[in-house]
Design a protein around this ligand. Sequence first.
Ligand SMILES: [Zn+2]
Length: 304
Amino acid sequence: MKKIFIVTFIIVLMISCSVINFQSADKDLVYRIPTVNNNVCKTLRGHVILYAIFVDSKETKPWTEYDIFSAMDSVNSAINWIEEQALQDSIFLNIDLVCHENEGVIPIDNKLARKNLTPTLFGQSSASGIKSVDKWADMIAKTAAKSLGPDTSKITRTKIQPLDRDKLVARLRDIYKTDNVALMYFINNYYTDEVSVALHTAEDYNIEYAVVSFKNTPVIAHEFLHLFGALDLYIAPWDKDRQGRKKKKFAMQEFPNEIMAFPYRKIEKLEISPFTKYLIGWQDKMDDRYKDMILGKKINVESY
Ligand SMILES: [Zn+2]
């Protein structure tokens, strides 16, 4: 084992959803999976803030009071379920839901470049689609950060000005005294076939966030776990690679109740597989059997 390398894998950036194609592996090296222990949401342990922002626009359905409360119920159910899973593994985890509000008003108004999430992400090249959604997310973050009031810290030289989601997360870390801030945007699109996504989970210069289109507990939990490094284990229509499909098929058979494979089932029937537990930092080492079948025999994966 010589050196730790970050591996590039073919990632369908759009859906944050990908597994896991190491193009060529050197068995003498130890590799790090790019979503693991990375960016703002590193490992899912300790005190975590789930910062929820409800977003209105003319094109999406308006957030009514009833919709907001029922979506918050779903977020709380997702949090309770994840905390219960952590407890079963003796992991200390306390997730607090903080919902953006300004003088009692919860939604922030901002429209997506192509009206809705799917056309904005998929209606142009993937880089332009993600850029458009980033711009949308940054504008909202700027409004949200303003409502937190001025940065009054005394021991710093530079006060944080609200500009984008980077600054919003910096303020939230300061206010809630934790590194772990999971930024989630909620749009009210539950009647349509909109996607939900987690973006930038494998990067470390562009803060990760999720956009959730459904007030559906397992989908919320699934996107939240992406922010902490989990990868998709279902076969999607855009998975054209035969090897990749074979690996995902193995994962779906091996983990028949896995939340990263079956996010549209009832949450009570789902669980977090050992493979995902490694990715989110609940297991120090990846089990060799899963590593061999999902990542490949030649890959040596870094332990925490
Ligand atoms: Zn996913």
